[in-house]
Design a protein around this ligand. Structure first.
Ligand SMILES: *Cc1c(COP(=O)(O)O)cnc(C)c1O
Length: 394
């Protein structure tokens, strides 16, 4: 579909990225091959020199992977996509492409844990300085900018308390100071939020989550707005080597076909779950961007088309109540990750963030009774009934 950009995202989800391969296949097949043969020496030479279109070696390109890359690039409104082995591989490639020794980066404090560790614990070893700030506070972003700031990295809504940052305003601050803005759009997907339209330069995804949507693939994607950024990042990516597998690219492309449909149901269900939790006596606080009680609700409504599928909430009973709820749910599955069709529930203080200890959790703004639910596409009243019977035991 060569003119996919003209269509509504609902239609793009079904068709974008597909190009006929001459066999009549209606979806891009799985080209499960590591390498591609050359017709003759001149053909091979032409491919290496970039004078001919074609495939050389799967780390550098593969038809199944290209279909997935084009699809996500079209959905995000970017120049092109770079599919990666994981969301972290996409974030690593972004940092390694846009930062060098002596540069400074600004990163959201409410962010996927390994993203922050990669920047402050790994990139720091290569001479990259960073400041971790609350990007929901524009003055904090302005104050963090330095003469050598080359990248502002924002996750919105951010993990796990769903803080919302103003992308259009941050793009102005970043670019005004000579830095690029990269946005982790994993929680919203391009169906609910298009950071490049709001001024961002780069979007990254953990496709493990909503884009694939079926909890059976680990994968990532980078989409740059301009051809120059795409080319620069792709060059580094080819050396770093964190490429996706053709089978996984196929599975993500299949998942994308129902992305718009799934997001509609995720948002409807999560909204109902959030409203239910907000009235429950054992729940002290609910974090969901589409609730009027969310501190950045007006901003969320301006820059997003829906609240997304993730809700987090604080149990009044603290860590013990959290453990009891985890042990009482039946329909909700006790697991980390998010964005799949099934409802997953996790309790950071006893699970993902247990090893930090209570004091470090408090400093990181993670309450002991915080629970995160990735609301799936099951019947909303059955998800709510499961939470209700679990909460009754806390
Ligand atoms: C899961 C996640 C990542 C990391 O992605 P992987 O595919 O697990 O490497 C990055 N950012 C966000 C917001 C995530 O939820």
């Amino acid at each position: 579909m060569h003119d996919a950009r003209r269509y509504h995202p609902d239609t793009q989800c079904v068709h974008a990225g597909f190009e006929p391969d001459g066999t009549g296949a209606v979806v891009t097949p799985i080209y499960q091959t590591s390498t591609f043969s050359f017709r003759d020496a001149d053909h091979g030479a032409g491919l290496f020199e970039g004078k001919r279109e074609g495939y050389i070696y799967t780390r550098l390109g593969n038809p199944t992977i290209r279909a997935c890359e084009r699809a996500v690039a079209i959905l995000e409104g970017g120049h092109d996509g770079i599919a990666c082995a994981s969301g972290m591989a996409a974030i690593h490639t972004t940092f390694a492409s846009l930062l060098r020794a002596g540069d400074h980066a600004v990163c959201s404090a409410v962010v996927y844990g390994p993203t922050q560790t990669l920047l402050t614990g790994v990139m720091s070893r290569f001479g990259v300085e960073s400041s971790v700030v609350d990007t929901a506070d524009l003055d904090a972003v302005r104050r963090a900018m330095k003469s050598n700031t080359k990248l502002v990295f924002v996750e919105t809504p951010g993990n796990p308390v769903l803080a919302v940052s103003d992308l259009a305003a941050i793009a102005e601050i970043a670019q005004g100071g000579g830095a690029k803005l990269a946005v982790d759009n994993t929680f919203s997907s391009p169906i609910l939020q298009r950071p490049l339209d709001l001024g961002a330069d780069v979007v990254v995804h953990s496709m493990t989550k909503f884009l694939n949507g079926h909890a059976d693939v680990v994968a990532g994607m980078i989409v740059a707005k301009t051809a120059e950024d795409d080319a620069a990042m792709r060059k580094i990516f080819h050396q770093l080597g964190g490429c996706i597998d053709p089978l996984d690219a196929f599975l993500v492309s299949r998942g994308l076909k129902t992305l718009a449909l799934r997001m509609e149901r995720h948002c409807a269900n999560a909204g109902r779950v959030a409203r239910f939790l907000e009235t429950h006596p054992k729940v002290a606080k609910v974090n969901y961007p589409w609730l009027p009680s969310h501190p950045q609700h007006e901003l969320a409504k301006r820059q997003m088309r829906g609240g997304g599928g993730v809700v987090s909430f604080e149990l009044a009973g603290g860590i013990e109540a959290g453990k009891t709820l985890m042990n009482s749910v039946r329909l909700c599955t006790l697991a980390v990750s998010l964005g799949g069709v099934e409802t997953l529930i996790e309790h950071p203080a006893s699970m993902t963030h247990a090893s930090m200890g209570r004091d470090a959790r408090a400093r990181a703004g993670i309450p002991e009774g915080l629970v995160r639910v990735s609301v799936g596409i099951e019947r909303a009243d059955e998800i709510i009934a499961d939470l209700e019977q679990g909460l009754a035991k806390t």
